[in-house]
Design a protein around this ligand. Sequence first.
Ligand code: TAP
Length: 501
Amino acid sequence: MGHPLAEFTHGEVKKSSFLARQKFGIFIDGHESATERYYPVIDPATGLEIAQVADASAGDADRAIASARQTFESDPWAGMRPATRERLLINLAQLIEKHGDELAAIETLESGKLLGVAKAIDVGSASEYVRYMAGWATKITGSTLDLSIGFPPGVAYSAYTRREAVGVVAAIVPWNFPLAIAIWKLAPALACGCTVVLKPAQETPLTALRLAELVMEAGFPAGALNVLTGSGSEVGEALTRHPGIDKISFTGSTSVGKQIAHAAADNLSRVTLELGGKSPMIVMADMEADVAAQGAAMSIFFNQGQVCTAASRLFVQRSKIDEVVERLSTIANAMKLGSGFDPESQMGPLISQRHMQRVMAHIEEAKQAGGEVTAGGCTEFDRGYFVRPTVFINTSAAMRINQEEVFGPVVTVTPFDEAEEAIQLANDSAFGLAASIWTHDLHQAHRFIPKIKAGMVWVNTHNMLDNNLPLGGVKQSGFGRDLGHSAIEQFTELKSVCIAY
Ligand code: TAP
């Protein structure tokens, strides 16, 4: 069967028998089942409906958690050798690679992102991360410890620590990198022997559902991954308040992160919160204006600016600022917006009409407050949710556009004189996710790194993530880390063992 959106998507969706189904139930205990309530998923490039997806209830959360608990506590999963978990994860990585084009097309259709980005970043990094975590499955270790206990006389002690799976995990993820961020939770959780209930964002449920099918095809037991599509305020909150959840791994906004921290408190569920950002990029005068402008454009306009670490505050040393603003504005004005399926497009739509209106409200308020637009500042097309890449000058640190996360293709550019002033400006934020400094002066860069309040600092680059590099924030950007070995710590508990002999 063809798909009604096929004409807008260069035929990519026609290749997916998954998308041709157009109606998706709830994925619990290894299979999808019909439900009473559904909601529409919208293509942000056209505003048209893509599919109907289950609107899960609190009762569905109970069933999903029961399935995950049953699987966690019984064989084959409970007693599975680490090498077998490794093998299953490698199977999954291979399946993601095999179905990479389909997954990327689904991702572009539901999130609007460029197909090239979906292929290279979302799908490419997802399979790489599953492979990376497959490697960790057999290398989860504790330590041996020397003890000094002196009683009773003549007794000696041997002690060690074990890292054990934390249990049933609620993974709640946003819409900006739906597959990749789901995998950031799922792969380490499975490597550690946990089971997972995944709640994707309402806007982007489809890759999560396809992923659940692939997890089963890879040979994981039913209940290892359950997927609850539906609203955060209903099924998301039911998950976070549920006593059957041992660990909540959340990526999303700071306001929802705070609600989740409160909800988790009653059960003392373990929580990791990867939250919003307002990341600064600092350009010293010794950096070439072209390099700085290209770097800034990549750092704020990539994925329509819907990136947690996006460099939304650009600080440039005064003698270079005019040149950088001029070149950055030229790049922004030349960018071609369009469907993520169009190979000519350099930027896709924002995720939803509501989000586009939110971003435009920020832009209008900043204009009213005296901010001057040197590029963009407006929407484009009468269909879909497109906002032109926007550059502001003449804004003040106190303005909302410099304090709140816009999560769109909007950057403010501010001058500074001395490096110390740049550090002060960069740290003048409730957030602390990431930052970058651009300079050829290594002394300058090394002095900057410890002074900046952020979970990640880049030098002469920005937004560069790696499977081996922990990612997370300080201040209102949350706590805990995804990626790298930190992810193993996230999904395990330390048990101390003391043996008298
Ligand atoms: P949110 O609105 O916070 O939503 C994230 C997820 O939480 C969605 O699945 C959402 O469901 C769910 N949710 C909403 N209310 C909930 C509740 N009361 N209880 C439990 N779950 C609830 O974020 P978003 O708009 O999807 O994503 C953008 C945000 O994510 C930005 O702030 C961005 O910076 C942040 N982000 C951070 C990182 C890192 S690594 N720090 C990475 C990517 C994104 P619904 O879809 O139904 O609302």
